[in-house]
Ligand binder design. Structure first.
Ligand code: AMP
Length: 116
């Protein structure tokens, strides 16, 4: 099932695309949680990490190379950043097109809030 991210990849709806090649697209998150908040997505429609197959390994590996380049482009390569992928309900995945969040530009705090 297509999501809004396929339309961004196809440039059918506007987004601030910061990187694109034949396998991966990276664009600014519309509701940033940090000064730098980029989404890195495979151009192929993969709904969740749970839907990944061995055929996707090259593309998924490429996402890390792109993340590294985009982090440098956005000025957070040296200060540091967080890469995060949500999978399904308990992780709070909202858009069912696999995507890696790249967050940086401030101290991000603990990876996960402790449960009270
Ligand atoms: P997740 O909760 O991991 O599925 O994250 C989905 C992310 O997509 C959220 O951070 C949203 O702010 C972001 N998002 C949703 N629609 C758009 C859009 N049209 N352009 C950019 N980012 C979006």
């Amino acid at each position: 099932m297509s999501t809004i991210f396929s339309k961004i990849i196809a440039r059918e709806i506007p987004a601030e695309i910061v990187y694109q090649d034949d396998r991966v697209t990276a664009f600014k998150d519309i509701h940033p949680l940090a000064p730098v908040h980029i989404l890195i997505v495979p151009n192929k429609e993969i709904a969740t990490v749970d839907d990944v197959t061995p055929d996707d390994e090259q593309t998924l590996g490429h996402m890390f190379t792109v993340a590294k380049e985009v982090a440098r482009q956005m000025g957070v390569a040296d200060s540091g950043y967080r890469l995060l992928i949500n999978c399904k309900g308990d992780a709070g995945q909202e858009v069912f097109h696999l995507h890696m969040h790249l967050l940086g530009g401030r101290r991000l705090g603990p990876m996960l809030a402790r449960q009270e």
